[in-house]
Design a protein around this ligand. Structure first.
Ligand code: HEC
Length: 111
């Protein structure tokens, strides 16, 4: 939608951003202490050494997602920069806190 492959749909854009924002609120509970290792986790142990910093990324995720939801009804020109800010937050947290033992590409690295 942002890349212009499908027509801009302000309701779909707003709904998607709202669901990311709602999910972000629940994220801290999904990274409990003690879940540092186990079944194919890509979560870096650094998360639990810097939980305040990790939580700050979650707050940024929530803020940028809700800003993008707010921008969505104003059309693609308003939505695109808000979406870029959100995507930059995804990538920054992955760069800091998502490890990749198997060396496979990051799910966000796809073109
Ligand atoms: C606060 C840090 C943080 C933010 C922000 C973040 N992620 Fe992640 N993400 C992670 C971590 C850590 C993992 C690895 C979790 C694991 O393997 O247990 C992950 C895993 C993923 C995965 C792989 C899931 C899987 O089943 O392997 C996808 C896809 C993903 N994130 C997409 C996103 C998208 C899209 C955004 C932005 C809307 C985003 N992430 C924002 C930390 C973050």
């Amino acid at each position: 939608m942002v890349k212009g492959h499908v027509p801009y749909d302000e309701q779909a854009a707003a709904a998607a951003m709202d669901s990311i924002s709602a999910m972000a609120v629940k994220l801290p509970a999904m990274f409990p202490y003690g879940s540092e290792s186990g079944e194919g986790t890509r979560a870096s142990p650094a998360i639990w050494q810097n939980f305040a910093d990790f939580s700050a990324y979650i707050s940024r995720l929530q803020a940028t997602a809700s800003a993008a939801a707010t921008a969505a009804p104003n059309g693609p020109a308003a939505f695109a920069p808000a979406y870029d800010a959100l995507a930059a937050t995804c990538k920054a947290c992955h760069a800091a806190y998502r490890v990749n033992p198997a060396g496979e590409p990051d799910p966000l690295a796809a073109p």
